[in-house]
Ligand binder design. Structure first.
Ligand code: MN
Length: 249
């Protein structure tokens, strides 16, 4: 039964699902989540890395991608607004994808007023400033000229390059310390100041789900980190009582 009135108005947030055809169980869980839990929400925010990778919007017809896109599209028929912020894996998700899936792509970061809170939303990779090699790579691949050149190549060539990049990044990650791959506290503070101290800051990327209470310049800000979906789903629920982790079945 649909809840009546305002008693159950809430927003759901997820990130780092890393959906791909080789992990069908997680895609199944995502589709179940969309068709049960998510359709009762006011809005769903996907804060990056929905897909393990995205080679370009000319890959929309891929059967696995279609499964995900059709699920997202069903959400809009239940009047659930859907928003997406690019992750470091799927930053090539473009307008055609957004139109087909019936969702809105937001800049990273974006501030939204939700349930009476000023909520800052981000994927989180831009805050990992201790990882100099990654930030250099990020700057390169987020450049419109680089993206245009990359997308001009045939889809198969792009997929092969992404595969090679993923293998290199896995090797490099094993040599990087945990501290380097986490968000940098100064970068977090600078962002919170730049956005005039939001009430809540939510991001993913680090796969270290947690609630961090921050005291900064006499402001109290709660930073929530979303978890990944490698083993099970991970989701935050936001309503007038604030944010909490939502157990998923
Ligand atoms: Mn990420």
């Amino acid at each position: 039964m649909q809840p009546s009135g305002n008693e159950d108005r809430h927003t759901l947030l997820i990130s780092d699902l890393h959906l791909c055809a080789s992990r069908p169980a997680i895609t199944d869980q995502f589709v179940r989540f969309i068709d049960t839990t998510a359709r009762r929400a006011d809005a769903l925010y996907i804060l990056g890395d929905l897909f393990e990778y995205w080679a370009g919007d000319d890959d929309l017809a891929d059967p696995h991608n279609q499964t995900v896109i059709q699920a997202l599209k069903r959400l809009s028929t239940h009047s659930v607004s859907c928003y997406l912020i690019h992750g470091n894996r799927d930053f090539l998700l473009g307008n055609e994808f957004a139109e087909t899936a019936n969702l809105q792509i937001l800049q990273d970061p974006t501030m939204h007023d939700l349930h009476g809170y000023r909520v800052l939303l981000s994927h989180g990779d831009a805050l990992c400033t201790d990882d100099l090699a990654y930030q250099e790579f990020r700057q390169q691949v987020r450049h419109p000229a680089w993206q245009a050149q990359f997308l001009a190549q045939p889809l198969s060539a792009r997929k092969a390059q992404i595969e090679a990049l993923r293998m290199r990044s896995e090797q490099e990650k094993s040599g990087k310390s945990e501290v380097i791959m986490d968000v940098n506290q100064d970068a977090v503070f600078a962002l919170l100041r730049a956005y005039d101290y939001p009430d809540i800051f939510i991001h993913g990327h680090t796969h270290r789900p947690a609630r961090h209470d921050i005291e900064i310049d006499r402001h109290h800000i709660v930073r929530w980190v979303l978890g990944d979906w490698y083993e099970q789903g991970s989701c935050l629920r936001l309503d007038t009582d604030g944010c909490k982790a939502l157990p998923l079945v």
